[in-house]
Ligand binder design. Sequence first.
Ligand code: ADP
Ligand code: DP6
Ligand code: CO
Length: 329
Amino acid sequence: MNSLFKSSYRAFTNIALIKYWGKRHEDLFLPLTSSLSLTLDAFYTDTTVEFKPNAKADVFILDGVQQGVELTQKVSQFVDLFRETAGMNMPVTVTSINHVPTAAGLASSASAFAALASACNGALGLGLDNRALSIYARQGSGSATRSLFGGFVVWHKGEGEDSQSSYAEAIDDAEWDIGMLVVIINQQQKKISSRVGMAHTRDTSPFYAMWPSEVEKDLAAIIPAIEAHDFETVGEIAEHNAMKMHASILASNPSFTYFEPDSLVAMAIVKELREQGIACYVTMDAGPNVKVIGRLSEMDQIIARFKHDFKADQLIVAKPGSAPIELKA
Ligand code: ADP
Ligand code: DP6
Ligand code: CO
């Protein structure tokens, strides 16, 4: 609903094919590398923002539960970016529902801050475009930068400490034969957040020194492959990029990993399917859940094999998703 100072938006999560893993500026959320993702239709956040001139304080309600000081403060600080732009200081009530497990490596922070940025823009009537909003969303969570667009999206790392130079851009609508099978292995909240995990890897992993140049090479190779709709090259580059990120994580000190035993089971199934002539590839984020990049036309065969080892409700097919959409009452 969009009455005075109130607006609701749905934003979709995205899964990186070329990962963002490391910041060069913590407060501005400026990344050490550019990254590239696919927005997914199956996972999203619905957020309503209402500015209330007579309220005493900001309120944040997530999945029907009023949140405590820490999470509310995170949301307040993010909304401050918009309050500063609008030159006002009204308290806000943010009500959000995640149609994605929270903090489980399925990119809830991406859909969350893209939805919140879009709804703040709507509620304050700022009229910012999605590129400008991606710069705001970035300052809530890096991966949220890319959820302001649908299909395949690049997040440019930008220059130096120039916040305005680090934004997202759509490069392909992904309206071809590509999607993801998300294998839910564990929906629990992770012990090591993306934020903490990436800083620890950057600071302690000897392999991290290689990461920025690997990302640059992978990005240069995957963009033309996406433009050519070359599914196999896209999948090969994405899988290798994810494994390089996880290898670098494993080599941090003290070491840690987001893999769980069933993540390895899922990876073995993907290899087996490939040996049988079904091209599909794995990517994983800061959590144990596995995303299988596959042709939508072959998803039924991929799911049939996964059902030998996983329950049907652990297997969710996602097609390419869109930019955020306004929710009207
Ligand atoms: P994920 O893998 O789900 O992205 P992160 O650790 O990156 O995990 O982000 C999870 C954090 O994002 C939560 O702890 C919370 O601070 C924030 N978050 C998640 N959902 C929402 C929401 N709907 N609105 C505001 N913030 C949210
Ligand atoms: C592995 O965007 O969740 O999913 O910027 O600290 O909020 P913050 O981290 P976040 O990190 C995402 C890491 C990743 C890779 C990716 O999405 O590119
Ligand atoms: Co996240």
